[in-house]
Design a protein around this ligand. Structure first.
Ligand code: GAR
Length: 213
C-alpha cells in the first residue's frame, strides 16, 4: 500500500507534529507528511518541519484576513497536495464546514482531556488542564477523534486516562497528558494509514490487521 499523504495543521510548539515525524521516519506509520500548515506565523512547529525537509506554510489572519479567502487558500493547498488525511495537532482554529465536508472522516484531532469532559468552545491548551484542576476530578487524559461540524464532537478513535494528583499544577498535568497524547496520536494515524479505522455511527471500530485485504 502506498504511504498516505498527510497534512498536519498546527498553531504552536508542535510536539505532536514531532511525534508523527519521528514515527514516520522509523517507518512505524505508513504515511508521508506532504505539508505542515500553521495559522501562526512564528509557530515553532514550522521550524520542526523545516528541520526534517517538510514543506511548511503559513495561512493565517495576517496574510489572509478574509475568512473566505483564507479557507479557499487552505483548500487549494490540500487539493494541490492530494491530501488523504488531515491531522490537527494543536491547531487552535475552527475548521470551515467546507473542509469538513470535503474530508469527511479524514480529519483527526488530538484533544487534551477525556471527551466529552472539558472540551468544546474555549477549552484548548492549558485552559483545559486549569478547568480539570479547578473542578477537582481525579482522572483526566487525552482523546483522538474524527472531526465533524461541532467542536470536539466527532467520533472518538482512542482515549487514555491519567490520574490527577492532589498536588498537580497545570504544568505537571499538561506534561502527563502530553506524554499520552503522543502515544495516542501516533497510534491513531498509524491505524488510519493501515485502513483499520471504520466509523459506524458515532463509534469507531478498530479492525485487526488480519481483517484488511
Ligand atoms: C496539545 O496539548 C493538544 O492536545 C492541544 O494543544 C497542545 C498542542 O501541543 N490541543 C487542543 O487543545 C485543541 N483543542 P503541541 O503543539 O506541542 O503539539
Amino acid at each position: 500500500m502506498q504511504p498516505l499523504k498527510i497534512a498536519v495543521l498546527v498553531s504552536g510548539r508542535g510536539s505532536n507534529l514531532q511525534t508523527l515525524i519521528d514515527n514516520i521516519e522509523k517507518t512505524e506509520i505508513n504515511g508521508k507528511i506532504e505539508i505542515v500548515v500553521s495559522n501562526k506565523k512564528d509557530a515553532y512547529a514550522l521550524e520542526r518541519a523545516k528541520n526534517h525537509g517538510i514543506e511548511g506554510v503559513y495561512i493565517g489572519k495576517g496574510n489572509y484576513p478574509e475568512n473566505d479567502k483564507r479557507n479557499d487558500k487552505l483548500i487549494e493547498v490540500l487539493k494541490a497536495k492530494k491530501i488523504d488525511l488531515i491531522v490537527l495537532a494543536g491547531y487552535m482554529s475552527i475548521l470551515d464546514r467546507k473542509i469538513i465536508e470535503l474530508f469527511r472522516n479524514r480529519i483527526i484531532n488530538i484533544h487534551p482531556s477525556l471527551i466529552p469532559s472539558f472540551c468544546g468552545k474555549g477549552f484548548y491548551g492549558s485552559k483545559v488542564h486549569k478547568a480539570v484542576l479547578d473542578y477537582g476530578v481525579k482522572l483526566s487524559g487525552a482523546t483522538v477523534h474524527f472531526v465533524d461540524e461541532g467542536t470536539d464532537t466527532g467520533p472518538v478513535i482512542l482515549q487514555k486516562a491519567v490520574e490527577v494528583d492532589f498536588d498537580d499544577t497545570v504544568d505537571t498535568l499538561a506534561a502527563k497528558v502530553l506524554k499520552i497524547e503522543h502515544e495516542l496520536l501516533a497510534l491513531a494515524v498509524k491505524l488510519f494509514c493501515e485502513d483499520r479505522l471504520e466509523v459506524v455511527g458515532r463509534k469507531v471500530k478498530i479492525k485487526s490487521s488480519s481483517d484488511i485485504s
